[in-house]
Design a binder for this molecule. Structure first.
Ligand code: UGA
Length: 468
């Protein structure tokens, strides 16, 4: 009988799919939240929830990381994060711990923010399962209900699998709820994105649990009139993948059009302007570059392709996004090729996958360095934040203290990341210190008039003025 009521309840809940809730009158409450995994996502989410006056404990198995965080030594570069962490530690809203069990025991809302790296083309969920096992023990020992909210990006269907896993491991449905609450935080602007989201997406088969998670964001939802979409678990998981895949597709598409402009002599900047003026398309996310990178797009697009494969459906567009990006990176490298005379010196400006981060994961600069290392050339690189990380991958290239030091005596300068300080490079100075006046601007951030004035040989993808 109890089971019947439970199934009936689930049916009612599933009919509540896709409710667009705006400006709800929500109850005011400051909650005790535990964030499991203090990487980019966990740390930003924890600090921002603490800033909304919730009581947050961020935990991580890496004790040295927790030690650093307790001393307000932030292990990643993320704009405004250090200030918000300092402020919320001081107000006692935020604390850090490596005591996973006790921290889980003390909170009734648990956010899982651990990594889901790609392994053999699929997402590796082992970190999630080890956290879930600790949560199961905690619930059994303390008999207290937990809302388990999955922020990590997981393949569609994972939350349902976790739900069944908890039941299979001896928990009753009334002892826990599973909620999916994907993040849409861009590295470099993650703190801003948290408090100015375009939308909040919450998925659950327990509507009340979904409302409790919504309640955590109450002040943001009300003040900024942010739409909050409440739906089921697999739809919420799908929204995350569809969003990232679509954005990656936009970038891959415009990069292909930029390559085409190289052959037709059209100007990609004006193409983007003209296309972006169509309100159905918009300019945003249409900047051509050296290819998308980072910890999200390549990983998520690959994971989505592997989900599609699992269901044995063709989905040609999804499957070709990464292929297009990889070909584009090869195209980018091929453009440097004619300049690589024996023993040439190449100056790389920018190593991170985009500006305002120290993250080099899947950065196009890695492909370029690997390519250049197959040629007999010297590499001199500079990046405002990414050199420490890149040095771990490529200890044998020369890292410089400034863009000018990297450009000194070089035969070509290649701009790979759109850092603000590169936009204002003193091109006259550059022209005096380079061995050969040649610039490849893959982010199209340099002033063309200034480049012409200083008689540089110049190339930018899809731009009419090019010399090779
Ligand atoms: C991306 C999404 O934008 C976030 O919404 C999402 O939450 C996040 O992934 C994630 O899943 O965690 P992120 O990887 O930080 O955020 O970086 P983006 O700013 O989206 O840029 C991704 C890549 O596309 C970068 O390599 C960037 O240089 C490239 N890009 C972006 C372009 O080449 N052109 C553009 O117009 C925009």
């Amino acid at each position: 009988m109890k089971k019947f009521f439970y199934i009936f309840f689930l049916l009612i809940i599933s009919n509540l799919n896709s409710k667009l809730l705006c400006n709800l009158e929500l109850s005011v409450s400051n909650r005790r939240v535990c964030i499991i995994g203090s990487g980019y996502v966990g740390l930003v989410t924890g600090a921002c929830f603490a800033d909304l006056n919730h009581f947050v404990t961020c935990i991580d198995i890496d004790e040295s990381k927790i030690k650093r965080l307790r001393n307000n030594d932030i292990p990643i570069y993320e704009k405004d994060l250090d200030e918000i962490v300092r402020k919320t530690i001081k107000s006692n809203n935020l604390n850090f711990s490596s005591e996973i069990k006790s921290s889980i025991n003390e909170s009734d809302i648990l956010f899982i923010c651990v990594g889901t790296p790609t392994k053999n083309g699929e997402s590796d969920l082992s970190a999630i399962y080890s956290v879930i096992n600790v949560i199961i023990d905690s619930i059994k020992q303390n008999q207290s209900k937990k809302i388990i909210c999955i922020k990590s990006t997981v393949p569609v269907g994972t939350c349902k699998m976790l739900y069944n896993y908890l039941l299979d491991n001896g928990l009753m449905p009334n002892q826990f709820s599973i909620v999916s609450n994907p993040e849409f935080l861009r590295e470099g602007t993650a703190v801003y994105d948290f408090s100015h989201p375009d939308r909040i997406v919450i998925g659950s088969n327990d509507y009340n649990a979904a409302l409790e998670i919504q309640d955590l964001y109450k002040s943001i939802i009300e003040e900024k009139k942010v739409p909050c979409l409440i739906t089921d678990l697999q739809t919420s998981e799908s929204i995350k993948y569809a969003s990232n895949a679509f954005l990656a597709l936009k970038v891959a598409f415009i990069n292909e059009i930029a390559e085409l402009c190289d052959y037709t002599n059209a100007n990609i900047s004006d193409v983007v302007k003209g296309v972006g003026l169509d309100k159905r398309i918009t300019h945003s996310f249409l900047n051509p570059g050296p290819g998308f990178g980072g910890s999200c797009f390549p990983k998520d697009v690959e994971a989505l392709a592997s989900i599609v494969k699992k269901y044995n459906i063709s989905c040609k567009i999804i499957n070709s996004i990464l292929e297009s990006n990889n070909s584009h990176k090869k195209y980018i490298a091929s453009k440097i090729d004619p300049l690589l005379k024996n023993n040439a010196t190449v100056c790389l400006l920018g190593l991170t996958f985009k500006a305002n981060t120290d993250d080099i994961r899947y950065s196009p600069s890695i492909d370029i360095i690997e390519y250049l290392q197959t040629k007999n050339v010297n590499i001199q690189a500079y990046d405002p934040k990414g050199m420490e990380n890149m040095n771990k991958l490529f200890p044998d290239i020369k890292y410089c203290k400034s863009a000018y030091e990297a450009a000194y005596n070089s035969d070509v300068v290649v701009v790979l990341t759109e850092w603000e300080e590169f936009k204002n490079l003193d091109l006259e100075k550059l022209s005096q210190i380079m061995n050969n006046k040649c610039i490849i601007d893959y982010r199209d951030i340099l002033d063309i008039n200034n480049i012409n004035k200083n008689n540089f040989e110049y190339y930018a993808i899809g731009k009419p003025r090019r010399i090779f």
